[in-house]
Design a protein around this ligand. Structure first.
Ligand SMILES: [Zn+2]
Length: 181
């Protein structure tokens, strides 16, 4: 049968990556060959949406989560007016998992979001980056990245100290309630 004009685009590819099963979570993205620091590894593509639409989708995701469904976040801030929702089947870059010590970062270059190597990466290494989630709902996203500096939750690096402080306070609280018993 002939392909319909409305069919989905083919998954994005790049000479630098291959898909694989992740040690961290679900599917993952791996270095197909050694990647030098600074390389644009793969473009992060998706549906271009307005901030209002992004907010609507985020609210729907949180409602789903409250019902026990697992909602992942793929919305990426593009500029002041638009976001990219990367939750589309052809966005291969969405397979890259979060790590508290990622070997990649995302950057916007001329209106395009790229996954960029922050250091030299060996062939076969899993590609990861800091998802940069807000502090507000840090407890919703436990992290199993296995990095030495892992804070235990997926949250932007700049908030790690706040999460550590909050976790410490919780521990102290638990101890003092245990003593009272
Ligand atoms: Zn982590």
């Amino acid at each position: 049968m002939a392909k319909q004009a409305t069919s989905k685009p083919a998954p994005t590819t790049s000479e630098w990556v291959r898909r694989g099963r992740s040690k961290i979570h679900g599917g993952g993205l791996y270095a197909a060959k050694p990647i030098p620091a600074g390389t644009r590894v793969i473009e992060y593509v998706g549906e271009r949406i307005t901030k209002a639409e992004a907010l609507r989708r985020e609210e729907r995701r949180l409602a789903d989560r409250a019902k026990g469904k697992d909602g992942c976040v793929y919305v990426f801030e593009l500029n002041k007016r638009h976001d990219i929702d990367g939750d589309v089947s052809w966005n291969t870059a969405r397979l890259a998992n979060h790590s508290c010590d990622g070997n990649c970062e995302t950057d916007i270059i001329r209106g395009k979001v790229w996954l960029i190597a922050v250091r030299d990466i060996a062939a076969g290494e899993e590609l990861t980056y800091d998802y940069g989630f807000d502090y507000a709902d840090w407890k919703l996203h436990p992290c199993r990245c296995g990095a030495k500096q892992c804070v235990g939750y997926i949250v932007h690096r700049q908030h790690h100290w706040r999460v550590r402080k909050a976790l410490k306070a919780e521990k102290v609280n638990k101890k003092s309630t245990a003593k009272k018993k």
